[in-house]
Structure formats: C-alpha cells, structure tokens
Design a protein around this ligand. Structure first.
Ligand code: HEC
Length: 195
C-alpha cells in the first residue's frame, strides 16, 4: 500500500521540480525585461520623433540604422541580450527571428488579424546552448512609422530611394497602422543550478 502510493506520486514529483524552478525564476527576469523593453522603446521613439521633426524622414533613417542597434547594445547588460526581430526585416542580419521568436511573431499576427491586441510572452526554454529565459514584446506600427515602413504611397520618393540604396533586400514596407511591425526580444542564459 505504501510503496504503491509513492510510485503513483513519482511522476508528479518529477514534473514539479522544473515547474518550481520556473516560478522561482521568472519574476526578476520578467520585471527586468519589462523595464528594458520600456526604456528601449521610449528612448528610440523619442529620438525618432525628434529627428523626424527636425531632419524629416530621409534624415531620420540614420536613427533606425545607428541609434537602434546602439541602444540594443547599451541595454544588453547583466547577461540580458536585447534586440529587435521581425517576420519582414529591413536589416536581416540583426532582425531575423530564430524558431522560438518566429512562432510567437506568427501568433502575434494571427491575434492581430482576429482583432485582439497581442501581449508580451515570456518562457523558459532549453536548447543545445543551455537553458534560457526568453521574452518577446510586440511592437505595433504607429502612424509615424509609415513614413518608412508604409505603403509606397505613404513614403517620400527620397526615402524610397535611400532605403533601396541602403537596404536592397528590404522587406519591411507595406505595413498599415496597427499592424505588428516586429518585437523586442530579450534573453538571458540561466545557470545550471536552476537560478
Ligand atoms: C526614418 C525612417 C524610419 C521610421 C520613421 C521608422 N523606421 Fe523602423 N527601421 C528603419 C530602418 C532604416 C531600419 C533598419 C535598421 C537597421 O539597419 O538595423 C528599421 C528597422 C526597424 C525594425 C527592426 C527589424 C527590421 O525590420 O530590420 C523595427 C522593429 C522597426 N524598424 C520598427 C519601427 C517602428 C515601430 C517605427 C515607428 C515607431 C519605425 N520603425 C519607424 C527606418 C525607419
């Protein structure tokens, strides 16, 4: 009776261990990721707005080209790796999603198409490189983004020419306000001790 009881409990115990690790882990990384994502988006958006007002869209292209990767590098501290990804990239070197990011970006698009606003996703994952805390926050397209990511008619001739020159493989046009342009992605490698 006793041994039968403990055998039945065994699978539960095995399943409970990693679940407890998730609970212990997420709050700090999640909170920190939210802080990073908010800071990143606010600073990039602020600089972009200012540049659009003073230099126009052609002049502001440099903000997205230089400031965005610089900010991503600046926020990549304390083991957190920060970037931006999209299903339709302008800069495919920096912006191409991995399998985990791609699956969630596709889900964001489905939710958007069904009329519900997609929300951030966080998860603990495991791959050949180890265990990771992962975070993905959708970036919606605002009206001001259309100057460089919109339909051809939304974009100035000068901007289109510059983008064609700088980004010959550009896929990041044709968006409408409210579409999901991409996501902020954040990951941090977790220690072996389940911290
Ligand atoms: C002045 C032109 C311009 C405007 C306005 C603009 N972008 Fe971009 N965007 C770019 C350029 C250029 C890149 C490529 C940056 C690089 O080389 O890393 C880019 C890249 C991105 C990326 C990275 C993924 C990719 O496609 O390579 C995201 C996400 C993004 N933009 C979102 C936005 C959002 C959201 C807005 C509005 C808030 C916006 N952009 C407004 C020019 C612009």
């Amino acid at each position: 009776m006793n041994s039968k009881f403990s055998y039945r409990l065994l699978p539960l115990l095995i399943m409970a261990a990693p679940v407890l690790a998730v609970d212990a882990d997420n709050p700090h990384d999640l909170q920190e990721s939210r802080r990073i994502a908010q800071g990143f988006v606010q600073r990039l958006g602020g600089t972009l707005k200012q540049q659009l007002a003073t230099a126009g869209p052609a002049g502001a292209i440099g903000v997205c080209k230089h400031v965005a990767p610089a900010l991503a590098a600046e926020y990549s501290q304390d083991g957190f790796l920060v970037g931006r990804v999209s299903l339709k990239t302008r800069n495919k070197t920096l912006g191409t999603p991995d399998a985990w990011e791609r699956a969630i970006l596709e889900k964001f698009d489905q939710q958007q198409a069904q009329g519900s606003a997609p929300a951030e996703v966080s998860e603990l994952t495991e791959d050949a490189d180890g265990r990771w805390f992962r975070y993905l926050k959708p970036i919606p397209t605002q009206p001001m983004c259309l100057q460089c990511h919109g339909q051809p008619d939304d974009m100035a001739t000068e901007v289109k020419a510059m983008l064609a020159r700088e980004y010959p493989d550009d896929q990041a046009t044709g968006y409408r306000a409210g579409d999901i342009r991409g996501a902020i992605t954040i990951k941090r490698r977790l220690g072996d001790a389940g911290e």
